[in-house]
Design a protein around this ligand. Structure first.
Ligand SMILES: O=C(O)CCC(=O)C(=O)O
Ligand SMILES: [Fe+2]
Length: 207
């Protein structure tokens, strides 16, 4: 984890929260792809701003993705990181609001995930990132049976290889609470973009 918020231009977080307010779209996640770790008939509402929209509304996020943040990620990965072939696959701004939403349980397909948090969470606010210790965890109940919880703060940049540990984001505990994170996907020579499971784009960006 790198604390980068104070090194970014003043107002970066407010600017992205404005983009979220203006451009977020609501979708219903259905666990049809091989990386989902939900019970089969789950339907989970999600709010996000796609990379193609971020490219226009906050182009500087792409400069960080392919520049400084990629370099930081390469310190954690033991190899070079590769950018994705499309803006939607590269970046997404994910927003969670109120007590009913959570981010679906899944494993990542990419070997390195960068997460820049715009908001802070604690045990009181909820919104923790819940990660299975057991690689066999197949759904939320399986994750919860033995999990670690991460409560990120605004301005923190995390890098993960979460291909083998299922994870989800727990709901917030207040109706007026908001959680927002810029997610960045990187591939690498040993795990290239061509392994991305079919059905993932349709589920994440379909209209
Ligand atoms: O929002 C988070 O804390 C995690 C999101 C995540 O797991 C992902 O984007 O793959
Ligand atoms: Fe993930």
């Amino acid at each position: 984890m790198y604390d980068v918020g104070h090194l970014l231009p003043d107002g970066w977080d407010a600017a992205l929260l404005d983009v979220a307010r203006e451009h977020a779209v609501r979708r219903v996640f259905r666990p049809t792809m091989s990386t989902a770790r939900e019970i089969p008939d789950a339907e989970i509402p999600m709010h996000s701003v796609d990379g193609e929209v971020l490219r226009l509304a906050a182009p500087w996020t792409f400069d960080l993705y392919s520049g400084w943040f990629k370099q930081l990620g390469e310190r954690t990965a033991e190899e070079k990181l590769e950018e994705t072939s499309s803006d939607n696959r590269a970046l997404s701004l994910n927003i969670q609001q109120g007590i009913t939403m959570r981010y679906p349980c899944h494993v990542d397909s990419n070997p390195m995930q960068g997460l820049l948090y715009l908001t802070s969470c604690t045990e009181e606010t909820g919104g923790g990132l819940v990660v299975a210790r057991d690689r066999a965890a197949r759904d939320v109940a399986g994750v919860d049976a033995d999990a670690m919880r991460i409560y990120p703060s605004a301005g923190q940049l995390y890098f993960f290889d979460a291909r083998r540990h299922a994870h989800y984001v727990e709901p917030l505990r207040r109706d007026d609470a908001v959680r927002a994170v810029l997610t960045m996907n990187y591939y690498s020579p040993s795990c290239p973009e061509t392994i991305r499971p079919s059905g993932l784009d349709e589920q994440l960006f379909g209209r």
